[in-house]
Structures are given as C-alpha cells and as structure tokens.
Design a protein around this ligand. Structure first.
Ligand code: PHE
Length: 324
C-alpha cells in the first residue's frame, strides 16, 4: 500500500480509538506479525537498492509516529478510566449513617476511676498486685496466722496448699511497703475472690485498698480522709458512720456504713495498721504509724447508680452498662 495513504488511514484509526482495547487492536493491525507496517518492512527486499534506504526511513518514521501517538493516547485513556471509576465509586459523606452504638465504660470502671481521681489528687500512688497470691501475703503477713478464725470469714478459693485467689486487696499493703519503703501513700484497685454468692455477694468483686504510713498518723486523720472522700464521691451529704469492728491487721478497726434507701450499708473496712504488720514489713512501729482501708467497689457503684441487685453489674445488659 502507498505510504502516504497508510499514514492517513493510521491517523484516522487513531482518532477513532476510545479504549485501551481499541488501541491494542490497532497495534496488532499495524505492528503485529501480519501488520501493515510489518508487511511493508518485509517487502523492502523487493525494492531496488536505490529505493530501499528512503523507503526504509519512511516506514520507520511511520512506526515511530504510531508509537508516539498511541503512547500519549494510552495515558489519556488510563487517566479517563481512573477518573470515571473515582466518579462511580465516590462516597457521599452527606448521606445519613446507621445509628452506630458507642461503647462506654463499665460502671465498675467508672467507679474505680472516680475513686482513683480523688486519692491521686491527694498524692496517693496507684499500686498493683497479683490476683493469684501466696498465703503469706494474703494472711500470715497480715497478722492472720494459720489457726486464726478470721481465715474462715474469707471463704478462700485455694489454687494449691499455699497459693490462693486473694480474698482482699490488703496483701498489696505489704507488697507496697516492701517495694517503696516508708513514708508512703498508695491505693490499689483490683479484683478479689470469695466463695460466696447471693443478692449482695458475688464470687469475684472489686476492692480499692488504701494505705498511708508516716510519722504521727492518727485515727482522726483516717476519719477526715475518708469523710472527705465520701463527700467527693457522692457529691451530696450522705449519712456516714464509723462503727467499731475487728480486723487482725488493724488496731483499732472500724467499719464504715452509709445510709442507703433500705438502711445502713457497709461499704468499707478500715483502721490503724497493726504494729505486727508494720514489724513484719520491716517498719519500726515506734517511729511510724499508719492507716489502711478496703473499699467495696460494687457497693459504691450500687449506691451511685441506685441499683437494687449487685449481680446486675456482672450480667452486661447494655441498658445498664451504657449508662454514664
Ligand atoms: N481487707 C478487709 C476486707 O476485705 C478490709 C480492710 C482493709 C480492713 C484495710 C481494714 C484495713 O474486709
């Protein structure tokens, strides 16, 4: 075919291209094994030696022309395709969404946070201790020897002869003194376990232990600290009473009760740290004294959320746990 004519036809074909596939077809038509330009090159041999260089050059120019034109066409086509798909898949951010349910903190967590907020503001450090505890820290070091009747009150879950699930957060008292020495101010929120279940008891519950040791600490300091705390926590003037009680690791000891709808509710045990406990932890009871308290979180939450049954706190009904 005449070269001029072929060039015209090629340019026309390129104009009609609308997709990458069209372009691929054209490539086959012109540069494929039996393509028009390929055939021309093959026929060069039939020309005279004089005609050959000029014809060869023209054929080559035509091939280059095709490659340049088809190259720029391809990038245009690809760009269009990307834009088209972006247009098609675009997200309409003004569309209303399905009502997503927001997560929220569990009432127990909120209660612990609120308690920690108060005591942190008073300079207490937040301490941690193991839930699987040794008999020594849970009982012996707290002035509760093997044959002491107080061990019965604890309904202990034993792991083996000398290992148990801690029945209270008080073992952290000893651990904290060992770790930090005195003077010190710590609180420790955490889980505790007792083999007990009814409307007011669950086998796992939470306590916050508090411990302050310094020179010349007295029971008045303890009363003041806990009264300030309860006023902060409930933000209203609840009736509070300190009732004499007994714990082997405090002397004197008291139970703190709060007036609930149904009467007095016991929420915490407290007292002055027993000299035997200080001695066991390597602290001189003639120089230092201190107070300790153990607060029941579920009972605080129950009062704060005005709940009748503490077991609700562990059923994870979203209607309850999404309340703030
Ligand atoms: N550990 C006691 C309990 O679980 C509470 C307590 C803590 C009492 C600290 C006095 C001092 O009942």
């Amino acid at each position: 075919m005449d070269l001029q004519l072929l060039k015209k036809q090629l340019l026309q074909d390129l104009k009609n291209v609308s997709s990458a596939q069209d372009l691929q077809d054209l490539k086959v038509k012109y540069l494929g094994k039996k393509g028009e330009i390929t055939l021309l090159s093959k026929n060069l041999g039939k020309l005279t030696q004089k005609e050959r260089p000029k014809a060869g050059k023209s054929i080559n120019e035509l091939r280059v022309l095709f490659e340049i034109k088809s190259g720029s066409l391809l990038s245009k086509i690809e760009k269009n395709e990307i834009e088209e798909s972006l247009e098609k898949d675009s997200i309409d951010i003004s569309l209303p969404v399905n009502n997503l349910q927001n997560g929220s903190l569990h009432p127990i967590t909120r209660t612990i946070d609120k308690i920690c907020e108060f005591f942190s503001s008073r300079g207490y450090l937040i301490e941690d201790g193991p839930e699987i505890e040794s008999e020594y820290y849970n009982f012996d070091a707290l002035n509760i020897p093997k044959d002491h009747p107080a061990r019965d009150m604890h309904d202990t879950f034993y792991v083996d002869v000398e290992t148990l699930l801690r029945t209270h957060t008080s073992p952290v008292q000893i651990r904290a003194i060992n770790k930090r020495s005195v003077p010190l101010k710590v609180i420790c929120p955490g889980k505790v376990y007792r083999s007990d279940a009814d409307q007011t008891h669950t086998p796992m519950f939470h306590q916050v232990e508090g411990l302050l040791i310094d020179e010349k600490v007295n029971f008045g300091n303890l009363k003041q600290e806990l009264t300030d705390f309860l006023n902060f926590f409930f933000k209203k003037n609840l009736e509070v009473r300190f009732r004499p009680s007994y714990f082997p690791f405090t002397e004197p000891s008291a139970e703190v009760d709060i007036m609930d709808k149904k009467g007095w509710l016991e929420i915490m045990g407290c007292g002055m740290v027993h000299p035997n406990v200080l001695k066991e932890a390597g602290v001189d009871p003639n120089k230092y004294s201190g107070f300790a308290f153990g607060l029941g979180i579920e009972r605080m939450a129950k009062l704060d959320y005005e709940m009748d049954d503490m077991r609700l706190l562990f059923e994870n009904d979203v209607r309850l746990i999404s309340q703030s």
